[in-house]
Design a protein around this ligand. Sequence first.
Ligand code: ADP
Ligand code: MG
Length: 558
Amino acid sequence: MAIIGIDLGTTNSLATIYKDDRVQLIRNTLGKALTPSVVGIDDEGNVIVGDVAKERLVTHPDLTAAEFKRTMGTDREYSLGDKKFSSQQLSSIVLRKIVADAKEFLGEEIEEAVISVPAYFNDKMRIATKQAAELAGIKCERLINEPSAAALAYLHEHEWKDGTYMVVDFGGGTLDVSIIDSFDSVMEIIAVAGNNQLGGKDFNEAIYKHFCATNNLSEAALTSEERAIIYRMAETTKIALSTNPMAVMSVVLNDQKYSIALDNNELIKISHDVFEKIYEPIRKVLKDSRLRPGDLEAIVLVGGSCKMPTVISYIEKVTGIKPCTDIDPDTAIGFGAGIYSGIKSKNAKLKEVVMTDICPFSLGTSMFDMKTDEHIMSFIIERNSMLPCSNIRDYYAIKNNQTSVTFDIFQGESIIPENNIKLGSITIKCPSTKKNDFIASARLTYDINGILIVDITNADKETTTRMLLDNNVRLSPKDMERIKAKLDQLRFNEEKDEEEEHLISRAERIIEEALSYEREMLIIALRDFKATMKYGNTVEKRKVKEQFSEFLDRNEFE
Ligand code: ADP
Ligand code: MG
């Protein structure tokens, strides 16, 4: 029985394990480390996950869902054909695939996973993630903040060198910046800041818009498939600009070719607002930790978007420090989660390592302010408090003969409660009191996973009402059973050859993007391929898969 680490990303997910005294990547059934966090339904109604599904984002956008992590813990529903899923259910489908692949790769049962989440994930999102694991049939006791995982990976590679570090994690849909202090193998998170609506996606969108504007394409007039084709090419162009000074983006729509040429200067121009938003959390995290960039031992870059030279030089420009790029931005968080799974399974080699975590936002209750006659925030736990933490505050009656009191619990930094995120509400009865008399105390306790417990004790100090604040988000065992049964009913194409499926969906996507004569050639090749896969023997199949894959490479990247 193994414990694995999982980076459940917006864009890509990956799994690792701490084994033979080192952290190791787990490869999926296609032999790749990264599995796209994409779920779809194939032509026969089977659920597909990962690369196979990602290819179909273009050809079957209405049967494919991506980037659902952005709406984790919300009511948003995704329709795949006639089926509806929450992000939690989609995430559980991704986890199920990751775990099944890990089981196959390792040749042993997976008992438990340590899963990373963005530091800025709120209570609801964290609970939803843990329950997604449960729905996938895997135990998840411990969530780890992604920047903490990244720091763990970095320090593991750098002999736990003492110092204060900044970790910038810029992924597909989130940006997290954090300050971590490491002393004598004890890591402490000093501060975190971030933006959970900023990522590589925003560069894709900027390029997409620029492409449409330059070619006089009206976005409203495009079909969802056409939009998906342009979007995909926008991302390909962005990635090309990470290694080339210039890139040409061309798209064929209705047999007409549209194109633009782009270089990194132009990219900076068309996405200047994205760059500006990168600075804000960097500034905030330094201010919160009362540090100047000069105090940092290193700036560690992780996340796919940190592979962009424009992003690296922007960070260098605003901090005056050359960021360190010697750990792989794609796998750092997964590695950190894997190292943590090693700590959790009490690996002797990691026994010196201690990791502390913090609460990334302030928590408190809304309070009636008798001075101003309006509701304001009363903060009980300050942001960046070390976990686990607990704090108590007393509250007073606002009128004579008050017999009940309501606590609305919020997370966030604004003095105006409504500007923060409401986590729940609790009303208690209390002995009748006079105005200004002590009426109740509220204790907030934040556990090691960043999950909140509220205890309200009334004036007679005898009754305490406890609420797990996720009550309204946490599914009841009955609901869990119902959803699990629904997910178990889905047909997964597990008995199918995934490599074959991937080649077919990839070919179909390239066919959609191709010009007419190329298209004809691709169609013939695809039909031949399918015929061999149907009627050929094992040796022929293996050979034709290799050949077809090379053929697609040539057609895609020529
Ligand atoms: P997440 O943590 O959100 O799953 P990742 O850290 O895997 O995301 O980053 C995914 C993002 O990184 C995507 O927006 C992708 O386009 C971008 N990306 C990946 N590789 C590169 C590259 N070589 N150059 C620029 N952007 C890249
Ligand atoms: Mg990530």
